[in-house]
Design a protein around this ligand. Structure first.
Ligand SMILES: [Mn+2]
Length: 305
């Protein structure tokens, strides 16, 4: 691969199974449940197909009153799709969906799974440390097997050395302690300022030495509100448009990405579909292809000739 390879459109030949999960139990902002419809109505399928990806939209997960049933339903679908040799795009919903998606992917891969968790927050509180008891703040801990209450939901745990956090900036002290205790790899926004992109690419390469398959768990709040206003926890100081697009492009072009969560999008807060369009761009990059304003412009140009 040379540096120009990152500008090429190399869509995965595998089918991307899109799983809409309108789950909003884990957080305070219930608008996240509207994100799957929002992105599909924005033309997600057509946009990704225009970039060369094979897209199959699965029926949306029905949300049961019994929370654990919803997670096991999500788990089963994700596991099944991966065992069919498809890739998965799970659209939340809040970050709680990862209790089903990543757990299912880990089962399918019998533990050979690396997780790149892109988030402003660690989501590694436990029932012992959480002050809000919001489920979406405990998902990481549960996947690592560190929350006793949620342990039953995750049959195959993610090894602490197989998770890489990128974009962290707002952590609780208990989360910092837990991350230190378990020697989990973390890239904060300060690290990115200090070391530029090389720290990110080196950390991803290290993760790939330990595992063959990568799951991207993207919380939209990792991105600065300038580029992604449609987030319940939109803040300044997050990853810029240039950082997030290059980061996902790097992962998509160099790693065996088997699936991706896209979570915590709140459509009501979007500004001229800015966040929605960015989501389409990031999804295409995660699976090796390229869809952005430029490719759209060029394809419109072609049609009018
Ligand atoms: Mn999160």
């Amino acid at each position: 691969m040379d540096n120009l390879s990152f500008l090429e459109n190399k869509p995965s030949y595998k089918t991307i199974s899109v799983l809409p999960i309108p789950l909003s139990i884990g957080s305070d902002d219930h608008d996240t449940a509207n994100a799957p419809k929002y992105l599909l109505n924005l033309g997600l399928k057509e946009a990704l197909e225009s970039s060369g990806l094979k897209i199959s939209v699965l029926p949306e997960v029905s949300i049961s009153k019994e929370v654990s049933k919803t997670f096991s339903d999500i788990n089963k679908v994700v596991k099944g799709e991966i065992l069919k040799n498809n890739k998965v795009l799970a659209i939340g919903g809040d970050h709680a969906i990862s209790l089903g998606t990543i757990a299912g992917a880990a089962e399918a891969m019998t533990g050979d799974l690396g997780v790149i968790w892109i988030d402003a927050h660690g989501d590694v509180n436990t029932h012992e440390t959480s002050t809000s008891l919001n489920l979406h703040g405990m998902v990481g801990a549960a996947l690592l097997g560190l929350d006793k209450t949620l342990a039953d939901l995750v049959k195959v745990k993610i090894k602490p050395e197989n998770i890489l956090y990128i974009g962290l900036k707002d952590l609780d002290q208990a989360e910092i302690d837990l991350i230190r205790d378990h020697k989990i790899s973390v890239i904060t926004t300060l690290d990115i300022l200090e070391n530029g992109f090389s720290f990110i690419t080196k950390s991803i390469e290290l993760l790939k030495q330990k595992t063959n398959h990568i799951w991207i768990s993207l919380d939209i709040d990792a991105i600065d509100k300038e580029a992604a206003p449609a987030s319940a926890m939109a803040t300044s100081g997050g990853l810029t448009y240039r950082e997030i697009t290059n980061l996902i492009n790097y992962i998509g072009k160099t790693s065996e990405v088997i699936g991706m969560d896209l979570v915590e999008v709140t459509p009501e807060k979007d500004v001229e579909n800015k966040t929605g369009k960015l989501c389409l761009e990031l999804i295409s990059l995660a699976f090796g292809s390229k869809y952005n304003w430029y490719t759209e412009y060029m394809s419109n140009h072609k049609k009018s000739e």
